[in-house]
Ligand binder design. Structure first.
Ligand SMILES: Nc1nc2c(ncn2[C@@H]2O[C@H](COP(=O)(O)OP(=O)(O)OP(=O)(O)O)[C@@H](O)[C@H]2O)c(=O)[nH]1
Ligand SMILES: [Mg+2]
Length: 200
């Protein structure tokens, strides 16, 4: 099942010059390497092989743009925090993220994918601060919830909610493998992407 009639891969960008035109609205998926960003994009679009799921963490160093409707996009950002990535790669990641976040006017919101077993880390908090500081919406998916027992997953949910209290950031449990929380995530995306107006 999918809420999107047509989903198309648009492009992979290694530099700002390769970004798709900055019109309409888009939502970016960010998170640590291996957190489950690409898997989450596949789950919410109902396309199992749309975004490439990596066996080797930190391999995706490109920004991948997917079209889910006219002028509406989901964006798979390269992951961060993977220790074995060479410095040069990390520097390139920083530079690419900086131009993306500073310049991207069509960006309406950030979906932050956080492995439920790890919880929020400092780099995740920095991403959330960035989004709020630039008046973008933010929503946290606590991913791979199937790896935790019920009690433990609720504990992580409550702790993360407490940390985000008062910010307007939504938090939910998510498991692509057990199809948990997919509808809730789709609802958030639909709200953020709806409307004919260009974001201001
Ligand atoms: N158990 C479980 N594993 C998951 C889930 N989602 C993703 N994974 C696994 O986590 C690994 C990484 O998933 P990706 O979707 O490639 O993660 P990513 O954040 O896009 O990774 P990078 O692009 O390398 O930063 C894969 O082995 C997935 O199968 C989930 O809901 N449950
Ligand atoms: Mg990925």
């Amino acid at each position: 099942m999918s809420t999107y009639a047509n989903v198309n891969f648009l492009t992979s960008a290694a530099t700002a010059g390769q970004f798709v035109a900055d019109t309409g609205r888009e939502v970016a998926f960010a998170g640590r390497s291996n957190a489950g960003k690409s898997t989450a994009i596949n789950a919410v679009t109902g396309r199992s092989r749309l975004a490439r799921v990596s066996r080797t963490p930190g391999r995706t160093q490109l920004i991948n743009f997917f079209e889910v409707g006219p002028g509406r996009r989901l964006v798979d950002l390269p992951g961060y925090g993977f220790a074995k990535v060479p410095h040069a790669v990390r520097d390139r990641w920083h530079a690419l993220m900086r131009v993306y976040f500073e310049r991207r006017e069509s960006l309406v919101g950030l979906v932050l994918i956080v492995d439920a077993r790890r919880g929020l880390g400092d780099l995740d908090r920095a991403m959330l601060d960035w989004a709020l500081g630039r008046d973008r919406r933010a929503h946290v998916l606590l991913s791979k919830a199937d790896k935790l027992g019920r009690q433990e997953s609720v504990r992580v949910l409550r702790a993360t909610e407490a940390e985000c209290a008062g910010t307007g950031i939504g938090v939910q449990l998510f498991s692509a493998h057990e199809r948990q929380g997919i509808d809730a995530a789709q609802d958030v995306l639909a709200q953020w992407l709806e409307g004919d107006r260009e974001p201001t």
